[in-house]
Design a protein around this ligand. Structure first.
Ligand code: KIV
Ligand code: NA
Length: 270
């Protein structure tokens, strides 16, 4: 079996060929992603794309562990990162370490990801110093949707310095990489040039050290809405709807199952 990439391998790709990253929540999709990706994230987006939740706020540790275990079974090469769910790390560095350690132990992940910049720097340092690689996530941080007043672009105009400070803080705190979500492209490029760890963009810039998308978004499987930063590389929801319609028509017409789908009993001679 192939050796998995580690957080240090990802960290060492700063300024090199772009890191290819996707989310995954299930074994079969993880197997597909593993063929092309350097990093596979078990994102808390699972709550919205697979469980029909209206935000990521109600995602639990148990959900992350169950999906993490499923994804781990599908990966050979990519680094697996598991999102820390809302309220599992914000209280204190000790709470964060305890839950990060549980996610690592119970899923076999190689790292965790958490949302927040300057205000989470102390926590990132605490976890990293105790042996758990941390990916940070700044800019639009969906777990803070209520405080941010919606899923808006972050760091426009004079707000750019806030995001820049967050990027510096998480890099200095020891994060091995940082997700930049929904920030102006110029700002993403400036941050990428300035900090020593790889930036992974989503709604950021092609100049980032890597890109990530939610797999159900890029496959056109989740089509409740489409953020501007999502590119649909396939239209699986439309394909699935067509397949289900054809199946329904064939059941109603008794043209499914056909001869090749049914079993013969010698007794009947056919
Ligand atoms: O939960 C998620 O899918 C994420 C990525 C979009 C970065 O955090
Ligand atoms: Na997330």
């Amino acid at each position: 079996p192939q050796k998995s990439l580690t957080a240090s391998d990802i960290r060492a790709r700063k300024g090199g060929s772009p890191l290819v990253c996707l989310t995954a929540y299930t074994t079969p999709v993880a197997q597909l992603a593993d063929r092309e990706c350097d990093l596979v994230l078990v994102g808390d987006s699972v709550g919205m794309v697979l469980h029909g939740m209206s935000s990521t706020l109600n995602v639990t540790m148990e959900m992350m562990i169950m999906h993490g275990r499923a994804v781990a079974r599908g990966l050979d090469r990519a680094l697996m990162v598991v999102d820390m769910p809302f309220a599992s790390y914000e209280e204190s560095p000790a709470q964060a370490f305890r839950n990060a350690a549980r996610l690592m132990a119970e899923t076999g992940a190689g790292a965790v990801k958490l949302e927040g910049g300057r205000h989470m720097a102390e926590t990132i340092r605490f976890i990293v110093d105790r042996g758990i690689p941390v990916m940070a996530h700044i800019g639009l941080t969906p777990q803070a949707v209520n405080a941010l007043g919606g899923y808006k672009v972050q760091g426009k105009g004079s707000d750019a310095d806030r995001i820049r400070d967050d990027a510096r803080a998480v890099a200095e705190a020891g994060a091995f990489s940082v997700v930049l979500e929904k920030v102006p492209a110029v700002l993403a490029d400036e941050i990428t040039a300035e900090i020593a760890i790889p930036t992974v963009g989503i709604g950021a810039s092609a100049g980032c050290d890597g890109q990530i998308l939610v797999i159900d978004d890029m496959l056109g499987l989740f089509d409740a809405f489409k953020p501007k930063f999502v590119k649909r590389y396939a239209h699986l929801a439309a394909d699935a709807a067509g397949a289900i319609r054809t199946y329904a028509e064939e059941v109603r017409a008794r043209s499914f199952p056909a001869a090749e789908h049914v079993f013969v009993d010698e007794r009947s001679g056919s």
